[in-house]
Write a protein that binds this ligand. Structure first.
Ligand SMILES: [Zn+2]
Length: 488
C-alpha cells in the first residue's frame, strides 16, 4: 500500500510555500477588469451579446486557471432560463352565472407566458395575500387567482408579490392577477407591468398581471361582493382561498422574449472528501445599456461592481488550482443575474451540481475595488457561523491583517449573492476590507454605483483587492481542509 498524496506535514509545507509564491498583484486583477468593464462588453447584461462575451471570457479563464468544469453533466454552464413579457392587445370578459360583469378595459394590464393565450370560463379564486397558509389545501388547478398585491399587514419579511405569484403558479394556477394596492398610483403599476421586467421562466405564471383597486371593486360589486370586506377576511387567521362565483374568459396577446443566462462553474475536485465543497462566488453580470439612446455614455460598465470581484475569483482559482490538491472540493461560481435579485446564486443554491453533497462554506466576493491596502477584514454575516468566523479571523491575522470585530457590515447581508445560500442555511459570508469602513462603501454607493461612471475612467483602487485576493486564496485552502475547518 502507498499513499497517492504527501503526508499532512509535507502538505502543509507545500501549501505554505505555494501561498507565499502565489501573491497576486494589481496588474493581474486589472487585466481582467480592463476586459470585463470595457465598452465592448456593453455592461455585461445577461441575455445580450455583452453577456455572452462575458460568459465566454469566464469559461476560458476558468479553463486556463486549471479548473475542471463544475456544472451538472460535466459542462461549465448552469443555465437560468429567463422570460420578458410585454402586453399586447388583450380581451377579457367576466360573468357571475349568466350575468356579464363590467370592468373598464384600462383597469387591467395582463401578460401571458406565450404569444397568445386563450381560455374560456375559468373559475376565479380569491387567495387573500397568496401566502402559503392561504392556499394550503386549495385546488388552484385551472383557476384564475386574484390576490391582494399589497404586503400582508403586520407580516414583516413576508415573501414579495413576485415570490407569492411564483408559488401560486407552482400550485397550478392558470393565472394570477394582483389587486393593486390603493396607495400605489395605478398608472405606475401599469407602467411597471408593461415594462416587461425579466423573470425566471420557471417562476412565471401562464397569465399574470394587475387590476386597479377601482376595477377590482367594480368586478366584485357586480358579483355581490365587497373589496374591503374580502380584504379584511384575508387578514383574519384561518383564511383560506375560496371561489368567488365568477368565471373569466380571455384572449391575451404578449410580446415574449425568452433568453438563457448562465452561472459559470469550475471546480477543483477534493482528494479526501470530494462530496464536501467550499464555494467561492462572484457575480459577473451588471446593468448593460442603462441609459436611453442618445445619452453620451449609456453603458453601465460595472468596473467595481463586479468586474473587480470577478477578477479576484479568477485569480483565486488560478492560485488554488496550482497548489496542492485540497481534501474537500472547491467550487468557483461566477454567478449571473445578481442585479435582477440574486437569481443566479438562487439557482445555484436551489440545485447545486450533483457532485456536491454538502456545502461547508461559501464566500462571496462583490464590489471589492473601493478599499486601499491596510484595512481590517470585516465580515458580512459576522456572528452567524462561529466556526467559519474563527477560520477567517485566524487566516486574516496570519496574513498580517487586522480584524474588524463589529457587525455593522451585516446591514448588507440581503444585498449580496451569499444571501441566496445563507437563507437556505448554508454558511455563507463575505469577508473583505471593503466593508470595514462603511463610510467608504456609502461614498461609493452615493457616487458611481450603478451609473455609467462605474467604468475604467474612474480611479480604481486595487490595494485592498490585492489583499483580499491573498485572503481568499488562503481561505479556500483552509476551509477545504477538515483539520483546519472541521465540518460545521
Ligand atoms: Zn450592482
Amino acid at each position: 500500500m502507498f499513499s497517492r498524496f504527501p503526508p499532512a506535514a509535507a502538505l502543509l509545507l507545500l501549501s505554505t510555500i505555494a501561498e507565499a509564491q502565489q501573491r497576486v498583484g494589481p496588474d493581474e486583477l486589472m487585466r481582467h477588469i480592463r476586459v470585463l468593464a470595457s465598452d465592448g462588453y456593453e455592461g455585461r447584461e445577461p441575455g445580450t451579446p455583452g453577456g455572452e462575451r462575458t460568459e465566454a471570457y469566464l469559461l476560458e479563464s476558468f479553463a486556463q486557471a486549471g479548473l475542471a468544469p463544475g456544472a451538472a453533466g460535466g459542462g461549465w454552464r448552469q443555465i437560468v432560463g429567463m422570460i420578458e413579457r410585454r402586453p399586447e392587445r388583450s380581451r377579457i370578459s367576466w360573468k357571475a352565472g349568466t350575468r356579464r360583469l363590467e370592468v373598464p378595459e384600462d383597469a387591467l394590464v395582463l401578460v401571458g407566458k406565450e404569444a397568445r393565450l386563450r381560455l374560456a370560463d375559468v373559475p376565479v379564486i380569491f387567495a387573500g395575500y397568496g401566502m402559503a397558509e392561504h392556499i394550503e389545501g386549495a385546488d388552484l388547478g385551472n383557476a384564475l387567482v386574484l390576490v391582494l398585491g399589497a404586503n400582508p399587514p403586520g407580516r414583516e419579511g413576508a415573501a414579495e408579490l413576485s415570490a407569492r405569484t411564483a408559488a401560486l403558479a407552482a400550485a397550478g394556477a392558470r393565472g394570477v392577477i394582483a389587486i393593486a394596492p390603493a396607495a400605489a398610483p395605478w398608472p405606475d403599476v401599469k407602467t411597471a407591468v408593461a415594462a416587461g421586467k425579466a423573470v425566471p421562466l420557471d417562476r412565471a405564471a401562464p397569465l399574470e398581471g394587475a387590476i386597479s383597486t377601482a376595477g377590482a371593486a367594480s368586478l366584485l360589486r357586480g358579483a355581490g361582493l365587497d373589496l374591503s370586506s374580502i380584504s379584511e377576511e384575508a387578514s383574519r387567521p384561518g383564511f383560506r382561498a375560496r371561489r368567488l362565483g365568477i368565471d373569466a374568459s380571455f384572449d391575451i396577446g404578449t410580446t415574449v422574449r425568452a433568453y438563457e443566462a448562465a452561472n459559470i462553474i469550475g471546480r477543483i475536485e477534493g482528494s479526501g472528501r470530494p462530496g464536501e465543497a467550499v464555494v467561492l462566488m462572484a457575480h459577473w453580470d451588471h446593468l448593460g445599456l442603462c441609459k436611453p439612446e442618445g445619452t453620451p455614455d449609456r453603458i453601465c460598465n460595472g468596473a467595481v461592481d463586479n468586474a473587480s470581484g470577478t477578477a479576484i475569483l479568477i485569480e483565486t482559482a488560478h492560485a488554488a488550482a496550482a497548489g496542492a490538491r485540497p481534501a474537500r472540493s472547491i467550487y468557483f461560481v461566477a454567478t449571473t443575474l445578481e442585479e435582477r435579485g440574486l437569481l443566479g446564486a438562487d439557482a445555484f443554491a436551489a440545485s447545486p451540481p450533483p457532485a456536491i453533497e454538502r456545502i461547508v462554506a461559501a464566500l462571496n466576493i462583490d464590489t471589492t475595488a473601493i478599499a486601499p491596502a491596510g484595512l481590517p477584514v470585516a465580515i458580512i454575516g459576522r456572528g452567524n457561523y462561529p466556526g467559519l468566523k474563527r477560520v477567517i479571523d485566524a487566516t486574516a491575522r496570519a496574513l498580517g491583517r487586522a480584524v474588524d470585530t463589529d457587525t455593522e457590515a451585516n446591514v448588507m447581508i440581503e444585498r449580496q449573492d451569499g444571501w441566496a445560500l445563507a437563507r437556505r442555511n448554508i454558511p455563507a459570508v463575505m469577508a473583505t476590507g471593503s466593508v470595514s469602513d462603511m463610510s467608504r462603501l456609502r461614498a461609493y454607493l452615493d457616487g458611481p454605483y450603478h451609473k455609467p461612471d462605474d467604468d475604467l475612467d474612474q480611479r480604481i483602487e486595487l490595494g485592498g483587492a490585492v489583499e483580499d485576493t491573498d485572503l481568499h486564496i488562503a481561505l479556500a485552502r483552509a476551509l477545504a481542509d477538515p483539520a483546519r475547518y472541521p465540518a460545521p
